[in-house]
Design a protein around this ligand. Structure first.
Ligand SMILES: [Zn+2]
Length: 338
């Protein structure tokens, strides 16, 4: 039987429709990874001159780079521009000001994230944190999209493992809506939405996949995509990646690795997005209502969204998703209980 479920954090509905899963092994993808010629890969070790000038790198004791950050060659926005706007009556436009950086996650041309070592997970997180902490010093930048596209169905155009950071001077509608929703909930109930969700998930224990001291991995109650996993901070002091100390990064790296390995074991090779839940970083006219209370209403989290099928007309017209995979089953599979 299908169900319409409500997601508290996104204030959004999803239709969970297991009948649309024609076969139980519908999602087992066996797309084998082709051997790729890396001689033209701009992100491989030894090809450093194929990228723009490096912004940041993490190096080992011998001076070899472990991660590199470079400006996106095909950037959507540019940090060099002044942020000026032009009033066109009914319309308004700004120069394309912002930051668009590419994080080369590892020197190795690994096509599967389950083959990353724990050091590679750690270096990746340390680098993302370092870039966020640096970019947020530019008070013009308010919104930070930190994400990873893995595979063509997830929008990746380079096969070498990489992530991206886009920082903008405006807050997109989606995030503004989520912030206002979280603030409203806090004012009404006196606790954060995240605290409520963590409490409920722990109590029901049907969708919890793994847990560590400071983090919990769940298949969200109203998951929009099949096999979606959210990792949420249980520690209320972690609001964004900038708040994690070295120990927390190590703990998080271990948890993400465990989840990713389990996902590959259950799904096979698959394409996915990883999206970090980062609140606005500056107080301005758009964020002033809730900015001083962000630590009370928000939590550090990330979501791994497998891209196993394409979205169609219903999803585009309604914004709602139809998910054929009940999250309770996902949690069991990923805990390896089924
Ligand atoms: Zn490469």
């Amino acid at each position: 039987m299908s169900e319409i479920r409500y997601d508290l954090i996104n204030d959004e509905y999803t239709i969970i429709a297991p009948k649309r899963l024609r076969r139980p092994d519908n999602f087992k993808t066996d797309c084998s990874i082709e051997e790729i010629d890396t001689s033209n890969c701009p992100f491989c070790k030894g090809h450093e001159n194929m990228t723009n000038k490096e912004i940041f790198s993490l190096k080992d004791i011998h001076g070899n780079w472990l991660t590199r950050v470079v400006p996106n060659l095909y950037k959507a926005v540019q940090i060099e521009l002044d942020w000026v706007n032009e009033d066109l009556g009914a319309f308004e436009r700004w120069a394309g000001f912002g930051a668009h950086e590419v994080v080369i996650d590892t020197p190795r041309h690994l096509l599967r994230m389950d083959e990353w070592s724990i050091e590679e997970y750690k270096n990746w997180l340390i680098t993302l944190k370092a870039r966020l902490s640096d970019l947020r010093n530019d008070i013009r930048l308010v919104y930070f999209a930190i994400f990873k596209n893995q595979g063509k169905s997830a929008g990746a155009t380079q096969s070498h493992p990489h992530s991206q950071i886009i920082a903008l001077p405006i807050v997109p509608k989606n995030l503004q809506y989520k912030m206002n929703n979280a603030y409203r909930y806090y004012k009404k109930h006196g606790i954060s939405i995240y605290q409520k969700v963590i409490y409920q998930e722990s109590k029901m224990n049907e969708r919890v996949i793994f847990e560590s001291n400071s983090f919990i991995a769940i298949a969200p109650f109203a998951s929009s995509f099949a096999f979606e996993v959210s990792i949420i901070s249980k520690n209320r002091n972690f609001v964004s990646l900038s708040d994690l100390g070295d120990n927390n990064i190590e703990e998080l790296a271990n948890l993400i690795q465990k989840v990713i390995k389990s996902m590959y074991a259950q799904i096979g090779v698959f394409d996915f997005n990883i999206i970090f839940n980062t609140p606005p970083m500056q107080k301005n006219y758009a964020t002033e209502d809730y900015f001083d209370d962000i630590a009370k209403i928000w939590r550090f989290a990330l979501t791994i969204t497998p891209r196993l099928y394409n979205l169609a007309g219903f999803e585009i017209s309604s914004g709602m998703k139809i998910n054929p995979m009940p999250p309770e089953r996902v949690a069991k599979l990923l805990r390896d209980l089924e």
